[in-house]
Ligand binder design. Structure first.
Ligand code: SF4
Ligand code: SF4
Length: 399
């Protein structure tokens, strides 16, 4: 009992309670703060709010960059915020050198999933109506085409009016998702994941420095994560609606052609785009649905395995991890290093220079392993490029 009390005290810190309160109030009054009212009426296009969000996010990013430059110029101590975390770029992650491999397959799956979850599910719902699938995407909830676990989780109070068979299907499909897919959903299937990765790639393409999060910053995200999880599961019981503050609803329904009032979710999406521009997978670090699925990681078939003998403690995996999971690097005994935060993106394996030190497995079958050859092949190309650049610079200097 005392253990449970201590655990609850750890979760319900004053910060969590205050954030919960503020977001609850905002959610309850969200109806009066309609962000894009024209989304729900007959005028205008469903896509218009998304374009406005995009425009406001770009303005926000430009403002942040300007502010950062000013802060760093006036206070050199803040210079660390301008510097990007040192990153190794093996295995063809340098622009123009991407080789066909696990990461390319991941991008392909993300793209296919994006279209399947938006248009495929819409088509399925309109054709077969009222079926429940173990999937997590918004358009299916408009007009109740297909029921989804995410929507039911955000409206747990609706379980009261459901029949036993409906409850069984909801729980069964949720359990199936956790066991078969786990947070593979976040790394490969979620439309929000693709949007964030595209935002990150855009920043890299523009050669703008991102923000490096240290352990302290990651730990500061914890109360926010728990707050959102509590609101996600509990808001419906006090008359609120988590969908009103969820950024995901701003994208998929609009792209599928559904008009929805976005309330506070429009603002949330702007924050997510700006955040993921500077910090890779920013929203995944606080996503309540992702974390809820992650909490069931012990029964998930997807796992990250580590060979502690092969590991040379270089720390490249930690540097590459968008979720800041330090145990992947510090673990010295356990073979299984899967955690609730791991989104199965495979970045740590891609950047690990030691043969088989890290691997991703499904049901015990290791299908993606760290490889020195892949790591070195990327570096050899980088090395040649670097030598060419040095020669060019020396030539220019001597002239
Ligand atoms: S531990 Fe590896 S697979 Fe998991 S989130 Fe971090 S980089 Fe991705
Ligand atoms: S698992 Fe690989 S990348 Fe991580 S510390 Fe060990 S050798 Fe380095």
């Amino acid at each position: 009992m005392k253990k449970i009390y201590l655990k609850l005290r750890k979760i319900f810190t004053p910060t969590v309670i205050v954030i919960c309160g503020v977001l609850m109030l905002l959610s309850l009054f969200a109806g009066n703060l309609v962000f894009y009212a024209f989304g729900s009426d007959d005028s205008g296009y469903a896509i218009t709010p998304v374009l406005i969000i995009l425009l406001l996010a770009i303005i926000g990013i430009v403002l942040c960059l300007w502010l950062r430059r000013r802060i760093v110029r006036n206070d050199p101590v803040m210079g660390r915020f301008a510097a990007e975390r040192i990153s190794l770029k093996p295995g063809g992650t340098v622009k123009g050198q991407r080789k066909f491999g696990f990461m390319t397959i991941r991008w392909m799956i993300m793209l296919i999933s994006f279209f399947a979850l938006i248009y495929g599910v819409k088509w399925l719902g309109q054709g077969f109506g009222n079926i429940e699938l173990p999937i997590f995407a918004c358009p299916i909830n408009q007009d109740q085409l297909i029921d989804s676990s995410c929507y039911t989780l955000a409206h747990l109070n609706s379980l009261v009016g459901m029949s036993w068979s409906e409850i069984g299907i909801f729980l069964g499909s949720l359990l199936l998702s956790i066991v078969v897919l786990g947070r593979f959903i976040c790394g490969f299937l979620c439309p929000m994941g693709l949007i964030q990765d595209l935002t990150h790639e855009t920043r890299q393409g523009l050669k703008i420095e991102g923000l490096s999060f240290n352990e302290k910053l990651y730990s500061r995200l914890k109360p926010i994560k728990w707050t959102l999880l509590l609101l996600f599961l509990g808001l419906s019981f006090v008359g609120g609606n988590f969908c009103n503050i969820c950024p995901a609803i701003t994208v998929s329904p609009a792209l599928a052609g559904f008009k929805v009032s976005l309330f506070l979710s429009g603002f949330a999406m702007i924050v997510v785009i700006i955040g993921s521009f500077f910090k890779r997978r920013f929203f995944c670090n606080i996503c309540p649905l992702g974390y809820l699925i992650g909490l069931g990681h012990r029964i998930s078939l997807f796992r990250i395995k580590k060979d502690c003998q092969a590991c040379t403690e270089c720390g490249a995996c930690y540097e590459a991890c968008p979720m800041g999971i330090k145990t992947i690097y510090t673990e010295r005994e356990k073979r299984d290093v899967t955690t609730a935060d791991c989104i199965m993106c495979g970045e740590c394996i891609d950047k690990c220079p030691e043969n088989k030190a890290l691997a991703m497995s499904f049901g015990g079958l290791r299908f993606y392993k760290a490889s020195r050859k892949t790591f070195m092949s990327g570096h050899k190309k980088n090395e040649k490029r670097l030598k060419r650049l040095i020669r060019k610079r020396e030539k220019n200097e001597s002239n």
